[in-house]
Write a protein that binds this ligand. Structure first.
Ligand SMILES: *Cc1c(COP(=O)(O)O)cnc(C)c1O
Length: 456
């Protein structure tokens, strides 16, 4: 490099790190992250993409704008309650507090009175048993898939799992329960047909090699038309006669029957109907943290707890804290969204639209032309969905605010980020899953998005 090469004027790393604004912002970041940012900017300058004079400013902007976690909160305006891509169930305020409290040292496995070790997660287990009286005992693991792996490993590794051909479920992203079960060394013994499976089909397949009978709730699809399935009481008689566990994977985690989802099975009823063990996720309709719940007969839960794999799939202290608080606290956001009264939602949406029109007409118009035509904002009927949690096909009647489709991208990339529903060339804002306290921020985000897109 000769002495006139502009690259000689690129500030050195230590000089950049000493800049007061860089040093201040760096307090909130690891050394590695700060050095990577600095190196990246210097390299752009060396490549001629940036003038050496602009390096300081670029480093300051990059360091000040860097967050330690890239996960951004998103306002869910889709009307889909258990939105898989948005992390499923949002936690209740009680669960969020418990989560923060559990973030430091906590007595998750210690009796403070005696100073002795205690059973891990005993309080979360007790809360679960109180909410599901038909269960003798419960075990909490990492997620629903882990619960299924643990149960099929413990009861059927090297043996057969009897499962209906109508219940070969793919739960998402190419992830199939059948592959999961076979990965444990259990063999799948398919019974019946896709649309019709009777109790006799299971009976005919039962034999020396049977490890367990598994009934899987098709939580994301529905088989309709010429169909038949064996009921839990029938299967319970069959399984009981051969002393083989009957396991019901319900997926959704509805603790008890809910009139909003009449066809959705619940844990308590499934146990009363004869299932020896039920499996569910904590972050679907139960509305809690990611967790896998196993409830049922005490002897079976004891076998699962003692299995070496139980240690590999155990729930972490944060999940235990949040689950207990979800169960003991007031109605969680998932249940609130599910039980939203359509007329109340309509009134809320009309009021939101009115506030938005007022906001738009008050604001000085940044562009030429007609600009936002506030009269075009209409409140239209819009069905919500439970989403990935179960009751997949059940429409939840409601209302939404209709915006031009162009607003969707501006909303997704705005601050705060908003995910609307894009449907039929329109952008819909459904308030079902938007907490009251978030509504003012949403109003601002929508006004900004509409103004930025010059729409409607
Ligand atoms: C969702 C689901 C699972 C998997 O649970 P995760 O908590 O996602 O691991 C298993 N079985 C059924 C029926 C499900 O619906």
């Amino acid at each position: 490099m000769d002495e006139h090469d502009p690259r000689r004027r690129i500030p050195r790393t230590d000089a950049l790190l000493r800049l007061p604004r860089v040093a201040a912002a760096a307090q909130a970041l690891s050394d590695g992250v700060v050095r990577t940012i600095v190196r990246g900017v210097q390299e752009r300058a060396r490549a001629g993409e940036l003038a050496p004079e602009d390096v300081e400013a670029a480093v300051i902007t990059a360091v000040e704008g860097r967050r330690t976690s890239s996960l951004r909160p998103v306002i869910n305006a889709t009307g889909v309650i258990i939105h898989t891509n948005l992390g499923r169930a949002p936690l209740s305020p009680a669960a969020r507090t418990a989560l923060a409290d559990a973030a430091g040292y906590v007595d998750v496995e210690l009796d403070m009175g005696s100073g002795q070790r205690s059973r891990r997660g005993a309080a979360a287990r007790a809360a679960l048993l109180a909410a599901c009286p038909a269960a003798e005992d419960a075990l909490i693991v990492n997620n629903g898939a882990a619960a299924l792996v643990l149960a099929t490993t413990a009861f059927a590794a090297g043996r057969e799992v009897l499962i209906s051909r109508g219940e070969f479920v793919e739960i998402g992203a190419g992830f199939r329960l059948s592959d999961l079960i076979e990965s444990t060394g259990a063999r799948l013994r398919e019974v019946g047909t896709t649309n019709r499976t009777r109790c006799e089909d299971y009976a005919a397949a039962m034999g020396e090699a049977t490890g367990c009978i598994l009934k899987v709730h098709p939580s994301n699809f529905r088989v309709s038309g010429f169909t038949a399935e064996a009921t839990l009481p029938e299967l319970a008689r069959l399984a009981g006669a051969r002393a083989v566990p009957l396991i019901a994977d319900l997926g959704s985690g509805l603790l008890s029957a809910d009139p909003a989802l009449p066809a959705e099975p619940d844990l308590d009823s499934a146990l009363r109907s004869g299932a020896d063990l039920v499996i569910a996720s904590g972050d679907k309709l139960l509305g809690g943290p990611q967790a896998g719940l196993l409830l049922g007969r005490a002897d079976l839960i004891a076998r699962l707890s003692r299995h070496p794999l139980a240690r590999a799939v155990r729930a972490d202290k944060l999940a235990l804290a949040a689950l207990e608080a979800t169960l003991n606290g007031p109605e969680a956001p998932v249940a609130r969204a599910l039980h939203t009264d359509p007329e109340a939602l309509r009134a809320r949406t009309e009021a939101f639209a009115e506030d938005l029109r007022a906001r738009l007409s008050a604001q000085p118009h940044p562009r030429q032309g007609p600009g936002p035509d506030s009269a075009a904002l209409a409140v239209v009927p819009h069905d919500g969905r439970t989403g990935g949690g179960g009751g997949a096909e059940v429409p939840l009647p409601g209302w939404a605010l209709r915006l031009p489709e162009a607003a969707a991208r501006a909303l997704r990339t705005g601050e705060p980020a908003v995910l609307p529903r894009v449907h039929d060339g329109t952008c819909l804002i459904d308030l079902r899953c938007v907490p009251d306290e978030t509504q003012p921020a949403l109003l601002t985000a929508v006004a900004v998005a509409l103004t930025a897109t010059g729409a409607p």
